[in-house]
Every structure is written in structure tokens, then in C-alpha cells.
Write a protein of this length. Structure first.
Length: 238
């Protein structure tokens, strides 16, 4: 979480900065009825079977959303002369998925939604918690609306639109990378005489970023990927 706090220190407004850092340090819902599975934020995926669905995926995704939404805000301000509050964008981007670890459970074959998530999803939990902790409504709106058409409310501010677009772009980017990484990895696993498929890939991606697999294939070729996979899974093979 140190990286998140470092990013949160970029918020200029002292009150918003303090609230954001406090939320990052202690994101547990204040309602005592909520039961947390104990999944650590640093290990949490960003989804159970879609984008960034591997250990550490949530941190990777959140940092990407921060960077992309900041770039969108810069374009809106410099090119379109928009009056956009970058503090609000930064806080909203950092916190948009803050409750995902509270709604996931780690299981033997990967990650799944917790029983609580079937009642309250991560967006509802975060929206309620931010409101309860007296965050500005502009930040609460970002979290509530960041799924766009899939949210109960759509992004109605430039700040919310920037985070929604960043969230969507990073998810789509990761989906494309994952598709390529799965194809490349399954081929190398087969060459090594290992099992292929979802379970094998989950174990592999917990050890190697899908981005690294794709970039290694592009830069150094399939033999380099084969070596990478072999080392990650500690398997033999000629």
C-alpha cells in the first residue's frame, strides 16, 4: 500500500489527502456486520475471471487507472480548457476499487466472490463507506459511477468520466494482453509437458505478469518465454 500512499500524497487539498490516506490504510467497512474473508489487498485480483484476475492484479489495475485518468484530465484541461479537479480525479481513481478485497475469497483453484458480495458488491460497499466517512460527494460519485452504464448512476462529471474511461481502457487492455499471454503460455506449457488450461495459467500468472510474457515473446522470442515459464513453475524440460 506504500505506492498508493505515495500517489495519494499528490493530492493538494489537505483534508481530502488525509481522508484518502486514512481510507487506504484502513479500508475495512465500519459496519460490524460485514465479514471480511481476510484477503490481503496486495494479493487481491481486480476480478475473479475477467481482467487482472491474478494475484496482485488489483494493485496493478488501480495504479494504471490513476495514471490514465490523470492523463485524461491533463488533456481535458490543456486541449479543451476544461475546469477539472485533479485532486478529485486522483482520490476517486485510487479508491474506485478499494472494496474489492472485501468481496473476494481465495480458494484452492483461484478466487471467487464471497457470500457477502452476493448481497452488496464492491461499488455499493465503497460508495456507502466513502459517504459515511464524509468524503466530498464529487469523489463518492466517481466510485458510484465508475462502471458507466453498468453502474446505478452514470458518470455526470468530467472527473467521474475520466476515471470511468480509464477503468474501462485498462480493463480492455488487460483483457487483450491476457488473451495473448494465455495463447503463448499454453503453447510453452505444452512443450514442457505441463498441464495447460485455466488452472495452470492461474498458477503461472501468479508468478509472472501476463504483460511480461507478451513483451518477452515480442522482444526475445518463444525460447525466452519457454525459459521464463520453466523457471517460474520450477519444472524440468529440454
Amino acid at each position: 500500500m506504500e505506492r498508493f500512499i505515495e500517489l495519494a500524497n499528490g493530492i493538494i487539498d489537505p483534508d481530502l489527502k488525509e481522508k484518502t490516506i486514512r481510507m487506504i490504510q484502513n479500508p475495512l467497512p465500519t459496519n460490524p456486520d460485514w465479514r471480511h474473508s481476510g484477503l490481503e489487498f496486495r494479493k487481491s485480483p481486480a476480478s475473479t475471471n475477467m481482467h487482472h484476475c491474478y494475484s496482485g492484479g488489483l494493485i496493478e489495475h488501480t495504479i494504471s487507472v490513476v495514471k490514465i485518468s490523470s492523463a485524461i484530465a491533463d488533456v481535458l484541461a490543456s486541449v479543451h480548457n476544461a475546469d477539472i479537479n485533479k485532486d478529485v480525479v486522483l482520490a476517486g481513481a485510487l479508491l474506485h476499487d478499494i472494496m474489492k478485497p472485501m468481496t473476494y475469497e481465495e480458494r484452492e483453484n483461484g478466487y471467487d466472490a464471497s457470500d457477502g458480495a452476493k448481497i452488496l458488491d464492491h461499488i455499493i460497499l465503497a460508495t456507502v463507506e466513502l459517504y459515511r466517512r464524509d468524503f466530498p460527494i464529487s469523489v463518492v460519485h466517481i466510485v458510484a459511477a465508475h462502471h458507466g452504464k453498468g453502474s446505478t448512476v452514470r458518470p455526470l462529471t468530467l472527473e467521474a468520466l475520466a476515471v470511468h474511461l480509464a477503468d474501462t481502457l485498462d480493463a480492455e487492455l488487460n483483457n487483450s494482453i491476457m488473451e495473448g499471454a494465455k495463447r503463448i503460455s499454453n503453447a510453452r506449457l505444452k512443450e514442457l509437458g505441463c498441464n495447460t488450461g485455466q488452472e495452470a495459467l492461474r498458477k503461472l500468472f501468479d508468478n509472472i505478469s501476463p504483460y511480461k510474457i507478451v513483451m518477452t515473446r515480442q522482444k526475445d522470442g518463444r525460447d525466452a518465454v519457454r525459459k521464463l515459464v520453466k523457471e517460474a513453475l520450477d519444472v524440468s524440460g529440454d
